[in-house]
Design a protein. Sequence first.
Length: 222
Amino acid sequence: MKLFSKRNATLDQLKERLTHLEVMRIDAQIALDAALIDRQNHLIEGDVNDVSVTEALQTRLEAAKSMLPGLDDAMATLGIQIRDKEAAIAKEQGRARAEADAKALAAVIANVKGALPAWLATAREMSELLGTLNNFHFQAGGVANYLSAVANESEVGLKVVLDDLSAAVAPIANGVQKITIGKAPAVAGDAVTPAAPPKDVFTYSSPVHAPIYRAPLKDTGQ
């Protein structure tokens, strides 16, 4: 007979065991129904003076009756074990997903911090280079001012944003907050916790220094 340990049993093994007991219960019910019919037939048509047959039928009936409650109790216990195992698996999966999300957020923060200095330097360098043209063309001066404003506002604004995101890494790892990173759809049932309103004074709107380009009017000769 195959030994079964609930302590080391996997979820699939528990479910397989429950299915096996369900089949056994069906067989036990069939055996009970047959024992009832056989005893009834014996009492109606058989030799009631044959004590051995009567006792055998009664013993068979009692055995069939006692089997059902035992199976029901075992199935109920297995059902509880299965629900506990499923809950434990779901909890572990949630913990692993939370840790992965926290690591992904930390990676985004680190990448932005790593790219920021070079990006700011490039934007300011382009602004200065275009500025040396002394508004030779209006568009060049407008772009120079725009790049300078973007760099200045981004440097201050991103510090606030990155500090705020860094503070969220631990709550996400602990499952207190949830986040969806990337373009993949959110997992069903995982509601994303709305971000708290920003405490800083930045509007996060695009700088108003961007130049407006207009196509030159064509000379129609009229």
